[in-house]
Design a binder for this molecule. Structure first.
Ligand code: SAH
Ligand code: DHB
Ligand code: MG
Length: 220
């Protein structure tokens, strides 16, 4: 049988060719990220487009991102936000933040996006403003902490998206006690036990293998 990853790559290419418009700012961010030696672990183009659409569908004016890397997903989030909207993105690594800021400047988004450098848990604890949309995509063991803070900073209707919730299926493998997987499980337990939170997770295959997004809406 053909390698399923080859097929998933070809289908992602097909999707990109039809649904994901060419965007020089996004391409520039990927080029700058590679030139800066950052890991190539950004969301896929089709996933980034989905983030744009989810932000747009939610009518969000304020977006919070945890885990900036080179700003690729940040640009997608900013593409979806309302005209007077704002994105705050949190990044631990000063070099990643510098690469991201340069790409966001080049994209004309310097006035829309703020990059806050430092451990995200510390930055989050210092925030009090409410966000309409949150994307969590940093170190996976801390996902329960980031999610708890995101809920604290939410209002009824806030949408919270979490990346990497499937991990090639490891999340459902009882033999896996990897810290990254445990982080995702911990987040899922929080959703399962809080009746205010309506959520689901969708498995995805594509350029990034077998993984997925969780989507949670905060209720009254
Ligand atoms: N959202 C990005 C990818 C993020 S990769 C995209 O799709 O384009 C994960 C990022 O989280 C990395 O840049 C890493 O440096 C950052 N990170 C890791 N630990 C962190 C922490 N404790 N606080 C904030 N950011 C962290
Ligand atoms: C890794 C992190 C991510 O956020 C991702 O989407 C894919 C891979 C990683 O740390 O390997
Ligand atoms: Mg990710």
């Amino acid at each position: 049988m053909a390698d399923p990853q080859d097929l998933w790559n070809r289908v992602d290419e097909w999707i990109e060719g039809r649904f994901v418009p060419e965007d020089s700012a996004l391409e520039g961010a990927l080029t700058a990220q590679a030139a800066g030696g950052l890991p190539e672990i950004q969301v896929s183009a089709a996933q980034g487009r989905l983030l744009e659409l989810l932000v747009r569908m939610s009518g969000a004016r304020s977006v919070l991102e945890v885990g900036t890397l080179g700003g690729y997903s940040t640009i997608w989030l900013a593409r979806g936000v309302a005209d007077d909207g704002r994105v705050l993105t949190l990044e631990l690594d000063p070099h990643h933040a510098e690469v991201a800021r340069a790409s966001l400047d080049a994209a004309g988004l310097a006035d829309v996006v703020e990059v806050a450098v430092g451990p995200a848990a510390d930055t989050l604890r210092g925030l009090t403003e409410r966000f309409d949309f949150v994307f969590i995509d940093a170190d996976k063991p801390s996902t329960p902490t980031y999610f708890t803070e995101a809920v604290r900073l939410s209002h009824p209707g806030t949408v919270i998206v979490v990346d990497n919730v499937v991990r090639q299926g490891a999340v459902a493998d009882p033999a896996s006690s990897d810290a990254n997987v445990e982080g995702i499980r911990g987040f899922a337990e929080i959703v399962a036990h809080d009746p205010r939170l309506r959520g689901t997770a969708i498995q995805m295959v594509g350029r990034k293998g077998h993984d997925g997004f969780a989507v949670v809406v905060v209720g009254e």
